[in-house]
Design a protein around this ligand. Sequence first.
Ligand code: SF4
Length: 497
Amino acid sequence: MSGQAIDEKQLIGTGLKKRTEEALANDFLRKAVAFTTDKLRTGKRQAMDDFGHWEEWRERARAIRKHVVENLDYYLTQFSDNVAKTGGHVYFCQSGEEAVRTFLDIAEKRRAKLVAKGKSMVSEEIHLNHRLEEKGIEAIETDLGEYILQLAKETPSHLIIPAIHKNKQQIADIFSAESGESFAPETKVLAGYARQRLRNYFLEADIGLTGCNFAVAESGSITLVSNEGNGRMVSTLPKCHVVVMGMERLVPSYDDLEVVLNMLARSATGQKLTTYTSMITGPRREGELDGPEELHVIVLDNGRSAQLGDPVFQEVLHCIRCAACLNVCPVYRHVGGHTYGSVYSGPIGAVLTPLLQQDMKEAGQLAYASSLCGACYEACPVKIPLHDMLVQLRARKVKLGLTPLAERVAFKTYQTAFGNVTLYRMAAKSVYYLQKPLIRKGYIKQGIGPLAGWTQSRFLPMKPKKSFRERWEELQRELKAQGRPGSGASAQGGDRA
Ligand code: SF4
């Protein structure tokens, strides 16, 4: 059993428009995503108010992340040394392929046949389940949402609520198909079934695999936050624990951890703290009863270090994966996560995916999946200016000549017309005459070409014969003829008081 492998390059590029249309036509999906993201937003707002001094906390969290990313080499070395001191092993992997091979080597040495997985977006990023399946190793997702999606052969559609697009009836159907029994669509029943199924996997797994919410450099500790407790089971019951983490997921100290944990839980779900917060420092020591015999930490680069030193994009590495930007994004809320065709969706996904894949042609199209309203920046607990980054990604696409020919011609024409006042006036005048065949009762109700999409859900008011500037100048002349002083302001913008 494995999660559906994603061919991201194929999905992201040509499929984006089609997936958007499908998502918009899916009323259930839109309602389900809006319902849950509304709940998360309300919870976050309440948590911010209760906490108080939110902007100061936000600034502090940003400063911590900025400091870590600016000194990543130092903190990675400190973290790695401390993991080694406690008996663990650290592997630095440049690419997803290298990370997969490292994991397979560990699995081979342990003769592993079964891997119990906690929630790990990085393992999704490197398509680990798919590769394990190829090698005959069974990987079981133990996070409830991920487990549902694994059975449904789907990928996550939200960073922290992977099955956000499914309701209880759909989950009951999935579990019924899996077990041959019939389940009522009730939370208790469904959670009970999953708990009973997963318990054996925790006990039988050869390897427990988890992600890492934050790694503490000063102690070499791995921090896992979860609301289900599966992370704790996966990291303690199997004899071998493998952590797969992005190279930027560090904080210098426990003091810093306190700040980012406070921001993560509140921003993600509105909780003060997640139900389980586990800090793991090394494998089981002599005399200890619990914990794995081995701890391996795979630290993944996969395009992250390419952002270091970039004046615009380095900040994307500050992300703490809280998903607050998804919950407020008007685009994500309408189309859900699968539309993005990438493991990472929403505004952070639209920025991160082209950067990590270093692919502006296909993945770069995600930069247009935004209204640039800036809600993502306002929601972000570490103040990442995602909307600015999306504009910069679009600019990069233009510079690389990756935009369609028609678009390039249109903008060149626009630039020429707006750069010359005579041409601008002529162009503005001609629009009045060009629009005439399309006008119905003062509106363009059915546009052609690029206008067709615009008028699908709204009417475009017709451009009046005279521009504001012409009418203003006329008015000034009339007032002058009547011997009245007028405003004195020029329509050329001379008076800006
Ligand atoms: S970009 Fe900000 S809001 Fe979005 S997931 Fe990352 S930390 Fe959270």
